[in-house]
Design a protein around this ligand. Structure first.
Ligand code: SF4
Ligand code: SF4
Length: 332
């Protein structure tokens, strides 16, 4: 599989700095029951990387000590990490908002039938991928049978109050099935609500539209089809400077399954660690440089990341194109 990383590093993307840390986005490992074509972490059933208990305890310590407001859990299928339920229970005791990025089908897997109720009991916000309301598009992206299973899982979530009860938010994620930008988020949300309600009697709260990043599996597909340059040009032609204020890396730290820190999960996949300040450089001024070693959750306990430079590259144009894109959908 060819890699877009060397191409992305030669960038003219504007510099970005962090503000206060509000969200810890934690990747619990690459194990997943699915293996989607657009997956930017190349997750799948044969992956063995999983966050261990010692690192889970460190996550909880950071939440406590740094007064982090939101814990955003990703994977793979984060629920497949054996420590998932412990982490969720302890984080919710701290009053932290927990988000589970759920692929829906996991709710139907053997051994996970009580998962939906567990999430409801802990008031976990469910963010679920449903790349389209049409069966054909979902099948193309996620495989045969995934659409029907997703609908069944959404029914289970609705039955226990998700998407219906105000305290149980159910948000869906759309990403384009190809090298184009997502349509207007509000309009697509209205269309999703209509179709899912009329066709399947389903309800949900918000739709998040997310732009495909020219990295990992999708980046390799672009290269294989000679579409990389055209897609990058599309992202650059639609650059909106206003989006620089709200890109998610300004307030979020991304953590990999080993506890290493990144500015976002895209940088995590590109293996580009967080930048750290070097005090007293050769020029006599404080400078920001890309860290020489990976920063770890342990270091985060002693760091105030506000003001740190963010490690940017050309894929950042994926976050600023058009209405903008983040793990919470279009940027405000
Ligand atoms: S469900 Fe999500 S994590 Fe799993 S393979 Fe698909 S995109 Fe990747
Ligand atoms: S890809 Fe997006 S979230 Fe990541 S560093 Fe670039 S602008 Fe920030």
């Amino acid at each position: 599989m060819r890699d877009t990383r060397p191409l992305l590093l030669n960038t003219d993307f504007p510099p970005l700095q962090r503000t206060a840390l509000t969200t810890l986005q934690v990747n619990l490992g690459y194990l997943c029951n699915l293996s989607c074509t657009h997956c930017h972490v190349n997750a799948g059933p044969s992956r063995t990387e999983l966050m261990d208990m010692a690192t889970i305890e460190l996550v909880l310590e950071v939440l406590r000590e740094k007064n982090v407001k939101t814990l955003d859990l990703t994977g793979g299928a984060p629920e497949m990490n054996p420590h998932f339920r412990y982490l969720v229970s302890e984080a919710s005791k701290l009053g932290v908002e927990v988000i589970d990025r759920c692929n829906l089908t996991i709710l139907l897997e053997p051994g996970y039938q009580d998962l939906a109720q567990f999430l409801a009991d802990h008031k976990v916000t469910v963010v679920a991928s449903l790349p389209c309301f049409s069966e054909q598009n979902v099948t193309e992206q996620r495989g045969k049978g995934v659409f029907e299973q997703s609908i069944d899982a959404l029914k289970i979530l609705n039955e226990i109050g998700y998407g219906v009860d105000k305290t149980l938010p159910l948000n869906l994620v759309y990403n384009p099935n190809g090298a184009f930008l997502p349509p207007d988020q509000q309009k697509l949300e209205a269309e999703y609500k209509l179709r899912l309600s009329e066709d399947h009697g389903l309800a949900f709260n918000q739709l998040f539209t997310i732009t495909n990043m020219p990295i990992s599996r999708f980046g390799a597909v672009l290269l294989a089809k000679n579409g990389y340059e055209q897609y990058m040009q599309l992202l650059k032609d639609n650059f909106l400077a206003l989006n620089l204020d709200t890109v998610m890396c300004r307030t979020t730290v991304s953590v990999d399954w080993l506890g290493n820190l990144y500015d976002c999960d895209f940088n995590q996949m590109l293996e580009t660690p967080m930048s750290v300040p070097v005090v007293g450089s050769a020029s006599g001024l404080n400078e920001m440089i890309v860290s020489d070693g990976l920063r770890h959750l342990r270091d985060l306990l002693a760091m105030d990341v506000a003001g740190y430079s963010i490690a940017i590259a050309d894929h950042c144009y994926g976050c600023t194109a058009g209405q903008g894109s983040s793990c919470g959908g279009a940027l405000d």
